[in-house]
Design a protein around this ligand. Structure first.
Ligand code: GDG
Length: 463
């Protein structure tokens, strides 16, 4: 079997299983063939520390049969590549938020510089038979940069976030350059069929790509295969975590504290794509329209801090503080607060306990590539007495998780009605929905995802 080289912005130590999800799946795939994981070292050096644009030291470290290869960046490159172009342009635009995108041309320069730097550092480490798997929006042009310096290996790309419809993509000033860069890959993977359809429409209408049978398109003198590979979770790992001491302790504590009340749960990075203000407004309407939930339904919302130096995130933080304060002020009692809003990261080991203690999960992003929390909630439930998943139809996960209660998160009234339905769903219906959802996340788990992608990549004819 050829060696696998995984490339992503951040690199994890494959021996550290606590890393969870994607890291576990990639580590397993890497360990099977022996391999290399290449990416940013996590260091952004100021000029005084020797940081220079377009340059960065390479570090090699052995972790079992996997080599970790990481590159330092200078502060200026990091800020324009990571905070600027990746998270100030591509993240908002790909989540349909053109209003939040900041099309500053300096960002693009930094994004190109870092992708070129990564290509220059990675190319000498490659062997002719390597299979290269590049991840996510930070690294879209990396294959084109590698090809430009002579790399002919098989290269695949997986986009973890959504691909927007053609006219939204076309609003990004460099859309043609970005989409042309995808044709340097042999295989491009998306989270959902919706994303794949957006790709197909874009390349046929804007780049006049020729469809070459199922899943293949020809443009810019290259043929690319494009397919949907919905990412999953490691169901057994999450269930195992749920049997651990921290998870059981968390479960007992929440059940004891809320013995006579109902728990609703949200776990997200504090990100504007996750629909958190709309979720709080839907919860407000639940309490306003269905008064029997007062002094009972309690929303625990964990909002892990994320990308705090990007302006849009600071605005969201104040909006959430204001909304949760207003709901607590209006409906709170001496012995009950309707919203428990926690703007901190919670230990991963506690999450399965929290999920199992909750009657309802609110996973209501405005747009999301997949959303792994939806799958983690299902994996953590007691099949005899499972909680109910309220899921946004705009999460990639909605294509697979049809037995969840699907909602339009912009419509706070019908979302409130779905929460009410979830809180009153009969046991038999909860069990039958949960059983189907569990089967789905088991059959299409994270191992299936990486195997399917790598199988498709190995079958793909290059060029
Ligand atoms: C991107 C795409 C796609 C959350 N809060 C805490 C915490 N988490 C964990 C969750 C889950 C992960 O982080 C979040 O994954 P999501 O899929 O929900 O969302 P993104 O971070 O936006 O991920 C997304 C994913 O990539 C994979 O392709 O599904 O669409 O946007 O595992 O449990 N973990 C801990 N404390 C927290 O407070 N420990």
């Amino acid at each position: 079997m050829p060696r696998l080289v995984a490339v992503s912005n951040r690199v994890a130590d494959p021996r550290n299983v606590a890393a969870g999800g994607l890291a576990v799946a990639l580590s397993e795939a890497l360990r099977q063939t022996g391999g290399m994981w290449f990416g940013w070292s996590g260091k952004a050096l100021d000029a005084s520390q020797g940081g220079t644009p377009g340059e960065g030291e390479l570090h090699l470290q052995q972790a079992g049969n996997v080599t970790l290869a990481t590159v330092d960046l200078c502060r200026e490159d990091h800020d324009s590549y990571y905070l600027g172009y990746s998270n100030g342009v591509l993240w908002p635009a790909f989540h349909y938020r053109l209003d939040l995108a900041d099309f500053d041309s300096n960002y693009l320069n930094g994004y190109r510089r870092v992708n070129q730097l990564f290509a220059r550092k990675l190319a000498p480490l490659l062997e002719p038979d390597d299979v290269i798997w590049i991840h996510d929006y930070h690294l879209i042009p990396l294959a084109a940069e590698l090809r430009a310096i002579g790399c002919g290996q098989r290269i695949g790309f997986f986009l973890h976030i959504p691909l927007p419809p053609r006219l939204i993509l076309a609003a990004i000033p460099q859309h043609d350059w970005l989409m042309r860069a995808l044709f340097a890959y042999d295989l491009v993977g998306f989270q959902s069929h919706t994303d794949l359809e957006h790709f197909s429409r874009y390349v046929q209408n804007e780049a006049f790509a020729e469809p070459m049978g199922e899943h293949r398109f020809r443009a810019f003198h290259r043929t690319v295969r494009a397919e949907a590979f919905p990412i999953g979770i490691d169901v057994d790992e999450f269930a195992e975590l749920g049997r651990g001491e921290e998870a059981r302790e968390t479960y007992e504590m929440m059940r004891a504290q809320y013995a006579s009340r109902r728990l609703l749960l949200g776990i997200d990075r504090l990100d504007y794509s996750k629909g958190l203000p709309q979720r709080l407004k839907a919860f407000y309407r639940l309490l306003a329209e269905y008064p029997e939930n007062r002094n009972s339904a309690t929303l625990v919302q964990i909002a892990a801090p994320s990308r705090e130096s990007v302006d849009a995130y600071a605005d969201l933080r104040s909006e959430m503080e204001q909304l949760s304060g207003a709901i607590n002020g209006e409906f709170g009692e001496l012995d009950w607060m309707p919203v428990r809003y926690i703007h901190r990261t919670t230990a991963r080991k506690r999450l399965p306990g929290l999920c199992r203690a909750s009657s309802v999960a609110l996973v209501t992003p405005l747009r999301d590539g997949m959303n792994l929390v939806a799958k983690e909630f299902i994996a953590a439930q007691d099949p005899e007495d499972p909680g109910v998943l309220v899921l946004s139809r705009f999460a990639g996960a909605a294509e697979q998780l049809k037995e969840a209660l699907l909602v339009n998160p912009y419509d706070t009234m019908t979302t409130a009605q779905a929460i009410q339905q979830a809180l009153h769903m009969p046991l038999a219906e909860r069990q039958s929905r949960h059983q189907k959802l569990l089967e789905r996340i088991r059959s299409q788990d994270v191992h299936w995802w990486s195997q399917e992608f790598l199988r498709a990549l190995s079958e793909t004819e290059g060029g």
